[in-house]
Design a protein around this ligand. Sequence first.
Ligand code: GCO
Length: 449
Amino acid sequence: MSTRHFPDGFLWGAATSAYQIEGAWNEDGKGEGIWDRFTHRVYNILEGDTGDVACDHYHRMSQDVALMKTLGLPSYSFSVSWPRVLPQGRGAVNEKGLDFYDQLVDNLLAANILPKVTLNHWDYPQALQDAGGWPNRDSVDWFVEYARMVFDRLADRVTLWVTHNEPWVIAFLGYALGIHAPGLCDYSQAYQAIHHLLLSHGKTVQLFRQGGYQGEIGIVLNLEGALPASQREADQAARQRVYEETASLFLDPLFNGHYPGMLFDWIGGHQPRVQAGDLDLIKLPIDFLGVNYYRTEAISHATSGSLLKAEAAPLSAPGWGQTEMGWGVNPAGLTATLLDVKERCGNLKVYITENGCAFRDTPDERGFVADWGRVNFLRAHLLAALDAIDAGVNLQGYYAWSLMDNFEWAKGYGPRFGLVRVDYDTGRRIPKQSARWYSEVISQNGINP
Ligand code: GCO
């Protein structure tokens, strides 16, 4: 069968985030982040893993960029650690921390790799958490000040910006379910955090335009597939609540300037305080929407299902099982998600900003992993992305998660998502079969079905 090609200029890359790879948690003037505090408290993370050293990327950055170059990556998506550049979250800048990102950007550009920078991939300064964190309305201005500082330093060379990565995860796993830092269990705080995350996004977009910075700015959402577990009315309604909490809670304010009515009726007293004019800022036009897609779930009604009274089970497509995370592999769910986004966002430009999987990798004696399971996963999802493009979705790029194995949040170092294996004892990087395969996809801008 002939190769299926992506549109000319399609942007290919791989992604990481600061806390998951950098390590050097207290070096060169870095301040404490909420993930430092959270992981240092025993029993929060499986096996007591922390990001203290992680992939030691802070010290191996130039070799890592050289590796990206050998893989032929046209773009690399990373995040800035807010407490590394502003140890107290605001005020005094840590020049050494900023220098690190400066050099990373310069190294990438010298290697002909386009940097894509996320301002907030979860490692929030502990000092700001102590002052109330995202539920405090002042957090909006704290974020905008931080964004201005980073733009002033990097926007002369970085042209692709993300404000927040997965605000749903920040708010619900961090403030409502206590699974992620800061580990709180309070839905009212979670919804207030959502509103301030979105408002700070809007104000940062405004700053970006008014400041005359050149390039594109957007936000990244985790949009997973969610289908009703049955035709039962209760399951359909539960599915609708889940959809509104994960998709409409963001797409409605970002694109239509209001919060989803049905969901807000349902959550009642947990609704956030919203001030006049907030929604006008939140819906300022963005240049792209970033979609992170990993899985699809079947949603059913459950009286024990917390605030939404809903329960999710993995929903794999026929012939596909689950990943090591227990996620249902469902490539067609990606096509469906992208089509839904097209309907709701006026066919705005979309990048798939994360997609990938953890499987139990078995290295041979040289450390090489023949991860054909990951190759099959990525191939199927890229074909699903092509189906979406054929159906008119304005999809212009794809970032594999992740460049290398790293710290998988509450699950520690167990699940490995990398195209490149990291030997955590020695720090050695060894490209897996999937890295070789992905390089080839990039070089031919297409895949063989
Ligand atoms: C995410 C996270 C990543 C995870 C990945 C796999 O944005 O969800 O960005 O940090 O590691 O999703 O769970």
